[in-house]
Ligand binder design. Sequence first.
Ligand code: AMP
Ligand code: MG
Length: 407
Amino acid sequence: MTEAFPQRIAFAEARAIIDRVAAQSRLENERVPLARALQRVLVEPVIAGIDLPSFDNSAMDGFAFRHVDGDGDATLKLLGEQFAGQSQDFSVAAGQCVRITTGAPMPSGSDTVVIKEDVRIDADVVTIPGGIRAGNHVRRAGEDVRRGDVVLTPGQVLGPAQISLAAALGHHDLSLSRRPTVAVFTTGDELRPPGQALMPGQIYDSNRALLQTLLIADGYEPVAWPVLPDDPARMLPVLRDAAFSFDLVLTCGGVSAGEKDHLPNLIQQHGQVHFWKVRMRPGMPVLFGKLDAAHFIGLPGNPVSVFATYLTLARRLLDGLQGRRDVRPNVRALLDGPVRKTHPRLEFLRGLLRCDENGQLRVMPNPADGSHRLRAAADSNALIILPEEAGEWSAGQVVDVLPLSGF
Ligand code: AMP
Ligand code: MG
């Protein structure tokens, strides 16, 4: 293979290439109903067309009255009832009150609410205790959002709070980036689907489920295809088919330098390679390129490599294609045990992240080494990231940590 593309590049350079390609291939926008907007990226600002609350209303069930200075108990004459969803025509003068429920508009003339548990009611006479502050239990119009405020901005990822805020402002749908479609392939003659009997030398395909669920957890709807054999002539047409109809073709295995690792050659001959091999461990052989109109990412086959490369590189591309603004920052935690590293590659160690009783994040490195050891991944909830330089870290030192789902 000729080497007309970057190889063995630094992790930061790989991210920069991914960011550049993503910025050049931003997906189009579409209007999406709120219930389908979870984890998606907003492309237009949301500007409040109304105040929130849009009218003064009661924060409690009780009685609305006009506050008069003075501290002793007072008796008020009950004029009637004002429930949420109604707007009665009361005019409350000093010495009068209206029964009110949470969220109901404050009757005109009233400015304060006393909760129902604090009053005594005798026919139409309500006795309230002294010492109630003026404006008690009243939510003021516009105290949360003012009409004209920009409440959500382009690039922001929508969670339940952002989506319900848009709903509170009266939006039925939002302008979002289209979600990338992803085709998932595992490769390897040794792979069998779980549930079938194994022949000697065969193993179960665990990465298919790993990639499917990683993608689903990020909000995508991956389509996983049957396992590809280690045969370039049979791989190519299937990958091309997928490249025709998906934004991203994501493969796993067959991407390093072994005799059966055909993907680097295949993509170089029939597509384009942006980079191959990144100075990271695990995950070094990862390949990023294009096949026809689709982006192509070849993840290495070892299960822990799939974790590290999906979470830091493939996910980055998917985020970037949608113009996602926040870049999923790592957290920082204190090491619970020493670690040592002798190679000049960015290292991802499995670890158990927890918050101690003093509110401090701590991470315990898993002693298992080897990117095939899936159990150590299942026993972990985070990846500890050690910088490229070789070095030693002792317990109590601060390290970067990438939380996995479940933390
Ligand atoms: P490869 O990159 O194809 O050489 O694969 C590296 C290692 O990962 C080998 O031990 C493979 O058997 C293993 N492997 C590759 N694909 C999968 C998969 N889908 N599920 C489980 N293990 C895999
Ligand atoms: Mg293989």
